[in-house]
Design a protein around this ligand. Structure first.
Ligand code: HBI
Ligand code: FE
Length: 266
């Protein structure tokens, strides 16, 4: 989700070459199962009128009594779109992250925040990764978009253009809004896993809500430490897939010539 300044939290001593680990489901404590359950209940109560329908339908298909078991979830995800989730200790290197996505594997952090972090956490934990990201992996078009994003990420690394693609991820996968027949909704994992931003992103008059524009998104900086000042709104997931299926190589030299935009200026 984000890039902390400090060393990442999590136990990296048992990683495989692709940074995956075993989930070790039996090791979660009663207190962790209970905390996850409370995070889930708090969030489930806020979805109506804020989360997109795909999220609401799919989060129910993945719901568990306490911490999610990745092996169980993978049967559901695999049957829906052929994606799988893989357990990781936390943030993984960019090239590793993109390779997983490009091969339809989504890295999910194995550890859970502490009770003191109920409302806010900087680094992605299992609640953000699983509750926020995994439901949309069951949507075929979004699932294809995320794979294309992974392929684009691998290419961008070779072109020294990671920053542009990170903005695209931020303003879609993490903080995206979508127009629906019932009104504006969110599909972004950073919003859907946040107790405060889920209502703020639609109810507050403060933020800018701009129609999705690929170049503008990649020109716009973002803040990781507070609610977003700008959200970008898509009309459907086909739009995301179509816009990202193109080769970004010619876009990067143009972006380097264009101004960087401040998200607080609409
Ligand atoms: N690792 N586990 C994990 N989750 C992420 O979201 C993630 C990452 N590593 C890098 C990364 N994201 C960024 O490269 C992208 O957000 C652009
Ligand atoms: Fe995330």
């Amino acid at each position: 989700m984000i890039k902390p300044e400090q060393a990442p939290r999590g136990d990296y001593s048992q990683i495989r070459a692709d940074y995956t680990v075993a989930q070790n489901y039996a090791a979660y404590s009663v207190a962790e199962h209970d905390l996850y359950r409370r995070l889930m209940q708090r969030q489930n109560a806020k979805l109506q009128g804020y989360a997109c329908d795909e999220f609401i339908e799919n989060v129910a298909l993945l719901s568990s009594d306490g911490m999610p078991n990745f092996a169980d979830a993978n049967r559901v995800i695999g049957a829906a779109t052929g994606w799988q989730i893989v357990a990781v200790p936390g943030l993984v290197p960019d090239d590793t992250f993109f390779r997983h996505l490009s091969e339809r594997r989504f890295p999910v952090t194995v550890w859970l925040r502490t009770p003191a972090e109920f409302d806010y956490i900087v680094e992605p934990d299992i609640f953000h990764d699983f509750y926020g990201h995994v439901p949309l992996l069951l949507n075929p078009t979004f699932a294809d978009y995320l794979q294309e994003y992974g392929k684009g990420g691998m290419k961008a690394l070779g072109l020294d253009a990671l920053g542009y693609l990170a903005r695209l991820y931020w303003y879609t996968v993490e903080f995206g809004l979508i127009n629906t027949p019932d009104g504006l909704r969110t599909y972004g994992a950073g919003i859907l896993s946040s107790g405060g931003e889920i209502t703020h992103c639609l109810d507050s008059p403060a933020p800018h809500r701009l129609p999705f524009d690929l170049m503008r998104v990649m020109q716009t900086e973002y803040r990781i430490d507070r609610f977003q000042d700008t959200y970008f709104v898509i009309d459907n997931y086909d739009q995301l897939f179509r816009e990202t299926a193109q080769d970004f190589t010619p876009l990067y030299p143009r972006l380097r010539e264009l101004p960087t935009l401040d998200p607080s200026n609409g």
